[in-house]
Design a protein around this ligand. Sequence first.
Ligand SMILES: Nc1ncnc2c1ncn2[C@@H]1O[C@H](COP(=O)(O)OP(=O)(O)OP(=O)(O)O)[C@@H](O)[C@H]1O
Ligand SMILES: [Mg+2]
Length: 196
Amino acid sequence: MLDLKNKSACLFGLPDSGKSTLANFIVTKYGRAAFVYDTLNEYPESPYDSYTPKDRNSVPELEGVVRAIMAGRRYRLLLIDEANRFCPSKPNPLPQAIADLNDYRAHYEMSTIYIARRPVQLNQDLTELANYLILFHLDGKNDRQYLNDISAGLGDIAATLKPFHFAVYHKGQGTQVYNPVKAIYTTAKIIKAAIT
Ligand SMILES: Nc1ncnc2c1ncn2[C@@H]1O[C@H](COP(=O)(O)OP(=O)(O)OP(=O)(O)O)[C@@H](O)[C@H]1O
Ligand SMILES: [Mg+2]
């Protein structure tokens, strides 16, 4: 499906479209080589390492964890869920630790996955430098346009995806649509309404 070695991916889709479930499927394959910044405390504890922030909107807390991971050289994959909280779109600057990781990912021999609901909410430096864009159903006009500008027809594909189906756009290589992953990878869904 995707070869993430030293590569970066952004994963987008509307609420409840299946992002965290697919992410769990991917990181489970990495086992202890994966680290999840589990912003909303929804990933299972056992198969891989994770951290749930004390403050789910704190950029310094995220940067502290990311710097420690970069220095430790222990993990091959870093996944940040709800990344738009920490890396909102321009003109907001990327947190420096994320900018460094984005620029020197190969040096750190690390794959990265950033999850956000809508492409227009995530910092463009992450989206536009990503090797892969993984898309669940999206139908917002701005998102569709933004994706169509990245690759002709990509936003149109995202708008027609059936529930839990996803498209993988590999930069320079085209787009492929996949069937849902098994429901056993569903994460511990928490009640989001109360969370800001
Ligand atoms: N592949 C799948 N097969 C069957 N059901 C699924 C699948 N993926 C997700 N679901 C169902 O949809 C719910 C939402 O999935 P998930 O938590 O992965 O969505 P999300 O995109 O991460 O949502 P949010 O934006 O709120 O974080 C799951 O609790 C599960 O019930
Ligand atoms: Mg989720």
